[in-house]
Ligand binder design. Sequence first.
Ligand code: SF4
Length: 376
Amino acid sequence: MYEFELGPIRPPSEAYSILLRITRNCPWNKCAFCPVYKNEKFSLRSVEEIKNDIDSMFQIYSKIQAKVNLETGGYMSDEIISSLINDDKIPHQYLQQMLFWMHYGLKSLFLQDADSMVVKSSDMIEILNYTKSKFPMIDRITCYSRSKTLVVKTIDELKNIRAAGLSRIHIGMESGSDDVLKLIRKGVTGAEHITAGKKVVEAGFELSEYFMPGLGGRKFTSENARETAKVLNAVNPSFIRVRTTTPVPGTDLFTMMEKGEWEPLTETEKVEELRNMIEQLDGITSFVQSDHMMNLIEDSNGKLPEEKDKILAPLNKFLQMSLDDQECFIVGRRTGRLRFLSDYSRNKDLIELRDKVKEKFGSIDNAAAALSISSL
Ligand code: SF4
């Protein structure tokens, strides 16, 4: 059988990874801002099912390799692709996944879905060992997990999973503030984020912690920055990844906003909050990465502590721009005309576009929200 199950999402940093679904959906599924698994029921997949998926991947890979070696001596041709689809009956979507992965060197694999560490540790080790036995060339295996799940794992369990090949864990921390975490129903406290993060680091994993500027709304903006920095300073994750808050229709956060129970920050205020949080990072060696299209400023990247000024410079530059320039940049970025702040220069087209969207949406922030949502 040439099929394996695929879940809906992966982090952008896993764009070149093959996906192995070991659970379905999210065991928590209550975060007020999250639209991803709404109305989907969580389930574990059996180790046997997962091994069957790994076998399918291996069969597709072997078939491709054999044809390429035999027919062209090493490179892929249109004829080979047609033959794999038509003669070998490999479904297009799985063939595409495997070709893409092979193109990028079969180096990394991402375990789906939202909280893979919820799997029994012995099962996780069996899955990792089996994966490595079929694909020994993989050098990075990663997954999402929740701090709440990780706090109950022992250091020995985590070390054994690390030794079996899982190398990086992505945690949706979102905020370090208990008020914000409660407001958005993350089901975890700042203290638990610290305990979980420290355990992951101690066990030898690379750790990505995600921060959401603007998640506490206007009421908690200072607290969101301050308490998040406290958690990150205690954990010292490998990566701090920025995911700017964007209320999505259909989520509870969007409803709270409509009812006036949660007041969103403007685009500029979210940049201020991010700057405020980064300024309070101290004594850590994390890499700060603004690697998502929801972030207004994608240029803000660098290694702490030596590149702190470099990380802050684009945020400061934006905040020091005139209101006119800020608006033109926001419109350029949110309509996809600009990617980086460093690409921005004031011009007639952007000014006209700014005036047009302002007229249509009433304000730049209304326009930015609508445009951001439509790009999701
Ligand atoms: S834990 Fe993650 S996937 Fe689950 S509801 Fe929260 S944000 Fe969404």
